[in-house]
Design a protein around this ligand. Structure first.
Ligand code: ADP
Length: 497
């Protein structure tokens, strides 16, 4: 069990000791070894209602605290996350499989949202609008949305929780979070640390169990005023449909199909490095990872050779082993999808330059793969592979590169490598996406607005935009200020006073 790995086992003990009956609960399994790490409760619709009750009870007291008081709790939460970084990273690697080095990076990244929103809590300014009537004043105040639901995925089990919960709590909202069934321990540990930081009980609950049951219970409860979801476009559609019943506000961070453009004047070595970072981080299981590598013909051969050499240096193995760059895929279905995409591409004439198969370690370990001769009609280009496969499409000019880049229903991230500032701007302005990396393969930061267009969803997380998602706008009109000049509502404008 996972507790033996941790300095502070009580961080995750709550997950399998408090509420799981002897025989009940769902097992959390290490994807690297198949070992059962813990069991978590299966919370049904009644349990979700109880969590919403608790969030509703906590809402008044929490939202009435001053922003400074809320910021103080978030600052303590940030400190506790960083103090427990090793335990949180070990928990993450154990349940998700990513290399420990990446897991440590994710915990720092997760904490950065808490630190940032502790600061942003203090800047949820309202507005005073210059009046059109001496008798009247016009003021805008910002208020918390209310009880919020957060549904998070397994690829970033810690950072996706804080990316939603920190701005919500900073704004004065309370949260019921549903982590992915495979990776609930990170969320439970973070919630435990939030409690230790002084967050009132009920202000952040984690519910584990059947996704559909919990999703339906959260979207059909009129007390839940907002849902923030990160996951697949298919589930995003379901939740949007369900949320229409209660007209919950929505933030949806859905799938991507990021184009990675290498133009013919690019620094090819830098492009190779950026491509490896973007494509193979988390075994290719990120929604912003390069999914289609679009390279101009004059540099295609050099780029391909460089990429193959770099990819062949990646070490596959258990995330706890030193020097490992790539862990297993999350589950068997993920590995099958990767196999299907490679098989479909090869059947259509693509060539595997390196990798292409399950890794000799077995299970869901997969060889880092590069394929070339890919065309835009292949599954590997049309769908999000979510695995360690770099498919290369060779093109002739900027026009074709941009046309292919936009030829998808997704619009999350894109990358472009070129040294010509004119080409940078011409390309960036035509890419129909929410985020562009220019000469970099890494975009994510707590200080930047993360989100997409088209079927990649709506809303932004991180930066100042991230807290806006959890704030309502209330306009207040004050009249009757001027006893001499005072007029009727609206008269001032029409009479010109
Ligand atoms: P992925 O394909 O990356 O697993 P999903 O969209 O299936 O993405 O999962 C993302 C999150 O959405 C997870 O927490 C998952 O449990 C949850 N989820 C899946 N289906 C539903 C549903 N019908 N209602 C609510 N949540 C769901």
């Amino acid at each position: 069990m996972i507790e033996t790995m941790l300095t502070d086992p009580s961080l995750v003990r709550r997950a399998d000791a408090d509420r799981v009956p002897e025989e009940g609960g769902t097992s959390v399994v290490n994807p690297s070894t198949g070992e059962v790490l813990a069991r978590v409760p299966v919370i049904g619709a009644d349990g979700v209602r109880a969590a919403v009750d608790a969030a509703e009870d906590a809402l008044g007291p929490w939202s009435r605290r001053t922003a400074h008081e809320r910021a103080e709790v978030l600052r303590r939460w940030n400190t506790l996350i960083l103090e427990n970084r090793d335990d949180l990273a070990r928990t993450l690697t154990a349940e998700q499989g990513k290399p420990l080095r990446e897991a440590l990076g994710e915990i720092t990244y997760a904490a950065s949202f808490v630190a940032w929103y502790a600061e942003e809590a203090l800047r949820t300014y309202g507005e005073v609008i210059p009046t059109y009537d001496r008798d009247r004043r016009m003021v805008v105040v910002r208020e918390p949305v209310g009880v919020c639901a957060a549904i998070t995925p397994w690829n970033f089990p810690s950072a996706m929780v804080t990316r939603k919960a920190a701005p919500a709590l900073a704004a004065g909202c309370t949260v019921v979070a549903k982590p992915a069934p495979g990776t609930p321990l990170s969320a439970l540990a973070l919630a435990e640390l939030a409690l230790r930081a002084g967050l009132p009980s009920g202000a952040l609950s984690v519910v584990t169990g059947d996704a559909e049951t919990i999703g339906l219970a959260l979207t059909s409860d009129p007390r839940v005023r907002k849902l923030s979801f990160t996951g697949s476009t298919a589930v995003g559609r379901i939740l949007m449909r369900q949320a229409s019943a209660t007209l919950q506000r929505l933030s949806l961070e859905l799938g991507g199909n990021a184009p990675f453009l290498v133009l013919d004047d690019a620094d090819v070595d830098a492009a190779v490095l950026g491509c490896v970072e973007s494509k193979f981080r988390n075994s290719g299981q990120t929604c912003v990872c390069a999914n289609r590598i679009i390279v101009q013909r004059p540099v295609a051969e050099r780029f391909q050779a460089g990429l193959v050499a770099a990819v062949e240096r990646l070490r596959v193995g258990d995330g706890f082993e030193a020097g490992v760059d790539q862990g297993p895929l999350i589950d068997e279905a993920a590995a099958r999808k990767v196999e299907r995409h490679i098989g479909d591409a090869v059947a259509g004439g693509a060539v595997v330059l390196t990798g292409g198969r399950r890794h000799r370690l077995g299970g869901t370990f997969f060889e880092p793969t590069v394929i070339t001769g890919v065309t835009s009609d292949m599954a590997v280009a049309r769908e999000e592979t979510f695995g360690p496969v770099a498919p290369i499409l060779v093109v002739d000019d900027d026009e074709e590169a941009v046309r292919l880049a936009n030829d998808t229903a997704s619009g999350l991230a894109a990358y472009v490598y070129t040294r010509d500032v004119g080409r940078v701007w011409r390309t960036v302005e035509r890419l129909d996406v929410g985020m562009v990396g220019v000469n970099t393969g890494l975009l994510s930061s707590a200080f930047a607005p993360f989100g997409g267009r088209k079927e990649s969803g709506m809303g932004r997380e991180g930066a100042r935009a991230g807290i806006e998602e959890y704030l309502e706008t209330k306009y207040v009109a004050f009249a009757g200020l001027d006893p001499v000049e005072g007029g009727q509502d609206g008269h001032a404008q029409t009479t010109g006073r």
